[in-house]
Ligand binder design. Structure first.
Ligand code: GAL
Length: 656
């Protein structure tokens, strides 16, 4: 096992501050224990004020000051903010919204990934910045662009996308008849005679053909992948040996991240726990107790979920960590005392090599002036500074192991998220939310999870969870059929073919013989009108989604809805959950799955969570009251006490 110690970093914008402040900023960063500084992701118009007129001097000096202070730099390509002169030169590079309107200049991310001219500009500026800094000894890492897809920008409904989509379709299907079959265009007289007839799937009278939309989403992912890969190729050539990252987001599924991540070394993400708790209503409101209890710390499982998700795609960094109130959520509360330290420990517990706070100093102008930094706008320390220092001091005294595999694999597929929404069968069904609910249930039983894609090697896992993987690839079906692990699947697993059609043998399609269940009808329920159900001696509720069907020979049902329909189907080592059960029952059912898989189950107090990292068990308290670590956990305390205060962290050594 490789030993490492987590580092802390910061996002710094020298272009926002007078140059005579840079030296003391660098010195204070070092005093705070910061080792890595991210630079320049929005700096294009400062570097190139007009085409071909370059001002590198300011960035050269900033890099030199940071380097002399001993800091390492993550240099960024500045392509998230193309300058005004460039937009004026090629106005058709703008992304279009779903209503067909170009998105204006004056904020960021206003480009289309499919625009060939902008793609050339992206390569040009990437090459220039890589030529200038690629060999600088202090530049130890790169970030491509910034948050692909942020502000709803992964998909552009622009003419460039339409033209590219037609070519992509022709390449994918080869003949128009194949496309007609795959999309089922016999329906509503939608048959096409050539690829050139195909428009983007929007502005239709009622819903567009879902297979058409699904393919457009796949094409849009391919555009992001190509855009990123083009930058990566240049960076690898001009800055060899430096790892390359992109900073993804939370609760974001507009493009498939895995093909993009395949070109990168580091899968980093931007963690804003309090802002995200407020905005989670977009995927179904968190229960009201949690909104109140966790107002100042965020959802207890949300950060962990994303750490586990992105660690499955590369080395894990948190490129931006919330340090105080943000400016973009519905409402923006101040974090609880200790929250910044707790989030940092939690990231490290999940294998983050770097926790980088966004931003160094709160900026007094423009869009994000209400967003906190490690320093106040007048330069004094903001409250988070103390906690960042405390974290790095404490973390430095512990012995960390590089993350190893958990015993539980949870399969998450981006396409499944799109498909669940495209089906239109329930406006209340959020695929991400269901996956998060299952993940939460495992954590409430003290489990540690790896979140992986369908193509992952599943051989080392004791429990494989397949919640609503709508299309099951042949590779995954084979792996599950051959696996000796306990398998827990459904609802909606295997519900569609890859072309978005109902499987010929009915869902769950190629997993039917494994599930022992054939689905015949869907009961899609309003989220606020659950039905009662029971499982063993436990009463609970089922909401949003329930599948009705026939058991196959050899399968047995356990639990039932209020009208006597089966809840959980067992077939050999597989269990299939026919509906979306609410949290309490989901936790009990998951506990049983874990026991069946031979795993330990712990009854965690509400809001207490644990993550195993090497020999350390790292506990975090997301609740408003003190909680006690259950007696089922033994071990020597390495940090904190067995009773954790709100936003507290304790660490037990699992080797006693
Ligand atoms: C992120 C973004 C940053 C900054 C931050 C504010 O989404 O990458 O540039 O806007 O949010 O919380």
């Amino acid at each position: 096992m490789v030993n490492y110690t987590p580092n802390i970093g910061v996002c710094y914008y020298p272009e926002h501050w007078p140059e005579d402040q840079w030296q003391s900023d660098a010195e204070r960063m070092v005093q705070a224990g910061i080792s890595q500084v991210r630079l320049a992701e929005f700096s294009w118009s400062k570097i190139e004020a007009r085409r071909g007129e370059f001002s590198w001097g300011w960035l050269d000096r900033a890099v030199e000051i940071l380097a002399q202070a001993g800091l390492s730099i993550t240099m960024c390509t500045p392509t998230a903010t193309p300058p005004k002169w460039l937009v004026d030169e090629m106005p058709d590079m703008l992304a279009y919204d779903a209503d067909g309107r170009p998105r204006g200049f004056g904020s960021r991310r206003h480009y289309s990934f499919a625009h060939k001219g902008y793609r050339g500009e992206s390569r040009r500026i990437t090459r220039l910045i890589a030529e200038r800094y690629g060999q600088h000894p202090a530049v130890t890492a790169w970030q491509t662009d910034n948050e692909y897809g942020c502000h709803d920008t992964a998909i552009s409904w622009c003419p460039a996308a339409r033209d590219g989509f037609r070519l992509w379709l022709a390449d994918t299907y080869q003949t128009i008849d194949r496309l007609n079959d795959a999309w089922g265009t016999a329906f509503w007289s939608m048959r096409y005679a050539s690829f050139d007839e195909i428009e983007l799937p929007h502005l239709t009278v009622t819903e567009a053909n879902p297979s058409h939309t699904l393919d457009f989403y796949r094409f849009s992912t391919e555009m992001v992948r190509q855009f990123n890969a083009e930058q990566v190729d240049i960076l690898r050539q001009l800055s060899p040996g430096r790892p390359i990252a992109h900073n993804y987001m939370g609760m974001f599924d507009q493009f498939d991240h895995r093909p993009v991540a395949a070109a990168l070394d580091i899968a980093s993400w931007d963690s804003y726990p309090i802002g995200m708790l407020q905005n989670m209503a977009s995927v179904g409101a968190p229960d009201t107790d949690m909104l109140t209890d966790c107002l100042r710390v965020g959802d207890p499982d949300f950060q962990a979920f994303h750490h586990d998700l992105y660690r499955g795609m590369g080395r894990l960094w948190v490129m931006e960590q919330q340090p105080g109130p943000v400016n973009w959520a519905r409402t923006n509360a101040v974090p609880a005392d200790g929250a910044v330290r707790m989030w940092s420990f939690e990231a490290a517990a999940h294998g983050a090599e770097l926790i980088s706070y966004f931003r160094w100093r709160q900026v007094p102008f423009a869009q994000e002036q209400m967003h906190a930094g490690l320093c106040l706008p007048d330069g004094r320390d903001a409250p988070a500074m103390k906690e960042a220092k405390q974290f790095i001091d404490e973390a430095g005294q512990l012995s960390w192991d590089a993350p190893s595999s958990a015993k539980i694999a949870l399969i998450y597929e981006y396409e499944a998220s799109w498909m669940a929404a495209l089906d239109g069968q329930s406006a209340d069904f959020s695929h991400l939310r269901l996956v998060l609910d299952v993940y939460r249930a495992i954590r409430q039983n003290g489990g540690s999870v790896d979140i992986v894609g369908s193509a992952a090697d599943l051989s080392g896992y004791s429990l494989i969870i397949v919640p609503a993987v709508m299309t099951v690839s042949d590779k995954l079906a084979d792996a599950l059929h051959q696996s000796t692990a306990k398998i827990f699947m459904g609802p909606r697993t295997g519900a569609k073919t890859a072309n978005f059609q109902i499987p010929a043998n009915l869902p769950p399609g190629n997993l039917q013989s494994l599930a022992g269940f054939v689905i015949e009808q869907i009961d899609a329920l309003p989220a606020n009108q659950p039905v009662s159900c029971k499982w063993r001696n436990h009463a609970g509720r089922l909401h949003i989604w329930h599948e009705r069907g026939q058991l196959m020979t050899g399968a047995s049902a356990e639990g039932e809805t209020e009208s006597g329909l089966p809840l959980l189907i067992h077939n050999d080592r597989t269990s299939y959950l026919t509906g979306w059960v609410e949290t309490g029952l989901m936790t009990l059912i998951c506990a049983e799955q874990m026991r069946d898989a031979g795993l330990d189950v712990h009854e965690m107090p509400e809001y207490l969570r644990v993550r195993q990292s090497g020999d350390m068990l790292i506990f975090t308290n997301y609740g408003p009251r003190p909680v006690t670590i259950p007696d089922t956990f033994s071990g020597r305390l390495l940090l904190g006490e067995r009773i954790l205060p709100p936003a507290g962290v304790s660490i037990l050594s699992s080797d006693n």
